[in-house]
Design a protein around this ligand. Sequence first.
Ligand SMILES: [Zn+2]
Length: 443
Amino acid sequence: MTAAAEKAVTRFHPVSAPDYLPVPQLRDLQLARLQATVQRAFTNVELLRKRMQEHGVRPEDIRGLDDIVRLPFTVKADLRDTYPYGLFACPLSEIVRLHASSGTTGKPIVVAYTRDDLDVWTSVMARALASYGITRSDIFQNAHGYGLFTGGLGFHYGVEALGATVIPVSGGNTDRQVMIMKDFKVTAICATPSYFIHMLERASEMGIDVRELPLRAGGFGAEPWSESMRQRIQAAAGIRAYDCYGLSEITGPGVAAECWFQGGPHVFEDHFYPEVIDPESGQNVPDGVEGELVVTTLSKQAMPMIRYRTRDITALVTEACPCGRTLRRIRRIGRRSDDMLIIRGVNVFPSQVESALLAVEGTLPHYQIVLTRDKGLDQMEVQVEVTSEVFGDRVRALVDLHEKLMGAMEQTLGLRVNVRLVEPHSIQRSEGKAKRVIDRRAE
Ligand SMILES: [Zn+2]
């Protein structure tokens, strides 16, 4: 990119003004909003009031931001246990939207928004997009699913608020996505990383080189992805791929977003207060140390979340970002504690497998982990697609690649696993969140 083009995308956008609040004023704002949120939760939400009482803490005990550690955690099970409306802090008449996320088992969790909550969500999404360098001149393809999932509508209103042009394609129908990307001269896109990779593959089959299209930026999220995956996406599409972090329980996408420098997403701290804890002890860990992200909403009206345990593993980055934002950053979420697999006593995260695989040339970003149990012993097989060049090449190339991957896996995981090289297209493509693990151990 030329210096002039870089200057254009890193230019200050007016919607980003709150990103640059001086830190003392930002902390004052957070404290005032935290106190109001705790008071609101205590007054209006029975479960949160009871839990605060059990912990011997009252709203007036929150005198400084450090007092946040006195408050009890909220966990996903609380949303399930109070299904559907038990955590609402206002009458239904004030609620203007509901979203829900499908749990892995049984009932979904329900989240609610007042008019003000939607305005905040839209504003943080606009700030996220501005931090990617999106402006009103951009044509934005929204390939997140529209519906109960927060991805589609979250991006939609953010793009409109910024004044860019949104194309509400939603997920799926990949050939049409590619056609629109090309014909509508799309310049920016959002999707899950795995679905975008699938789009690139279809484009190539349709004889379209995405690197030659005007597309220049993408906001990716809704599933953990590795730095290696980012490198693959950027090289294959000729774009900058930015992380967008969020979760429905807090608001949806727009809790944190990366800037031009791609050094981990900045948390929109004037609305969401981040902490990182040791998931075992529940104690806060020092900045820079990895742990579980805990988020408290600071302005949510319909459904305030107090110290919500996200299950996402990250660390707070405290070094100042060259972009000048005062918002703290978190390390990009590569793994969730929910994703952790225990294989023969060793902890394994799918994202570790991903970074090891994709660091080796000749692999494609399509892989799957299959778990089985043989004579009581867990077996893990990593299936990865390889390029047709390698596959069509002499047997020697395949054997070499296999050996290299076996070594890379053992080194990364500290565990000997089986690697199986498969032909391009043999692993099922996803149009949303990719299913990376097939667990047949109980079969
Ligand atoms: Zn930055």
